[in-house]
Design a protein around this ligand. Structure first.
Ligand SMILES: CC(C)(COP(=O)(O)OP(=O)(O)OC[C@H]1O[C@@H](n2cnc3c(N)ncnc32)[C@H](O)[C@@H]1OP(=O)(O)O)[C@@H](O)C(=O)NCCC(=O)NCCS
Length: 180
C-alpha cells in the first residue's frame, strides 16, 4: 500500500538501493530535495545527516535563503520500503509560480507504473489542505506523459504551458476550522 512517510532511518536500506538505482539510470531525483548534497553518503551516518536536513526544511520559522520556502519532504513507501520522493512546498516564489509548482515527485525506476505516484499525489493533496492551502500548482514538462497523467488523474486543470512546462491547478477542500 502506498503511503507518505517522513524521511526516517528505518527506511535507509531501501532508500540507499533506490539512490543507487536513480544514479545508474542517470535519473535526477525529482522531489528529493537532495540536490543540496554533492556526494550522497547513504551509510547510516550519512543518511542521518540527510534526514536531519530534510526534516528541518519543513520548519516555517527556519532561516532559509531568499529563494527557498519551507517544504515538507516525504518518502513514498510501500509497506516498509522506500519507493520514491515527494516534496510539498508551503508557498510559491516567483519561480515556483512560473515553473516549479507546489509539489514535485519521483518514483524509483524499478517501481514505476504501479500507481505509486498517483496514490502519493492524492495523499499529498490532503497534506496540502491540512497546511491551509486552498489550491496547489503542479507542473510537468510538456513531453512528460507519465507526470501529466498523474496530475490529470488527481483532478489537475491545465492553465497554460510556460517554458515547456504544463501548469496545472488543483482546488483543495477547505479543512474544517476548529470551533472558537
Ligand atoms: C512521473 C512518475 C513520477 C510517474 O510515477 P509512477 O508511479 O510510474 O506513476 P503511476 O504508476 O501512478 O502512473 C500514472 C499514470 O501515468 C501513466 N504512465 C506511467 N508511466 C508512463 C510512461 N512512461 N508513459 C506513458 N504513461 C505512463 C500510467 O499508465 C498511469 O496512467 P493511467 O492513470 O491512465 O492509468 C515517474 O515516471 C518518475 O519518477 N519519473 C521521473 C521523475 C519525474 O518526471 N517527476 C515528475 C516531475 S516533478
Amino acid at each position: 500500500m502506498t503511503s507518505l512517510a517522513r524521511p526516517s532511518l528505518r527506511l535507509r536500506a531501501s532508500w540507499a538501493e533506490a539512490v543507487a538505482e536513480f544514479s545508474e539510470a542517470g535519473d535526477f531525483m525529482h522531489g528529493s530535495g537532495l540536490w543540496a548534497f554533492d556526494d550522497l553518503d547513504t551509510s547510516e551516518a550519512g543518511a542521518a545527516q540527510v534526514i536531519e536536513y530534510l526534516l528541518a526544511q519543513a520548519d516555517p520559522d527556519a532561516e532559509l535563503p531568499e529563494d527557498r520556502v519551507p517544504c515538507t519532504y516525504f518518502w513514498i513507501t510501500d509497506g516498509d520500503e522506500f519507493v520514491g520522493y515527494l516534496a510539498l512546498r508551503h508557498r510559491l516564489t516567483a519561480w515556483l509560480l512560473e515553473e516549479g509548482g507546489h509539489i514535485g515527485y519521483g518514483v524509483r525506476p524499478s517501481r514505476r507504473r504501479e500507481g505509486h505516484a498517483s496514490r502519493a499525489l492524492a495523499l499529498a493533496l490532503e497534506e496540502a489542505a491540512a497546511l491551509g492551502l486552498e489550491r496547489v500548482l503542479i507542473t510537468a514538462d510538456d513531453d512528460n506523459v507519465a507526470s501529466w497523467r498523474v496530475i490529470e488523474r488527481a483532478g489537475g486543470v491545465q492553465e497554460d504551458i510556460r517554458k515547456g512546462k504544463r501548469r496545472y491547478w488543483i482546488d483543495l477542500p477547505r479543512t474544517r476550522q476548529a470551533p472558537a
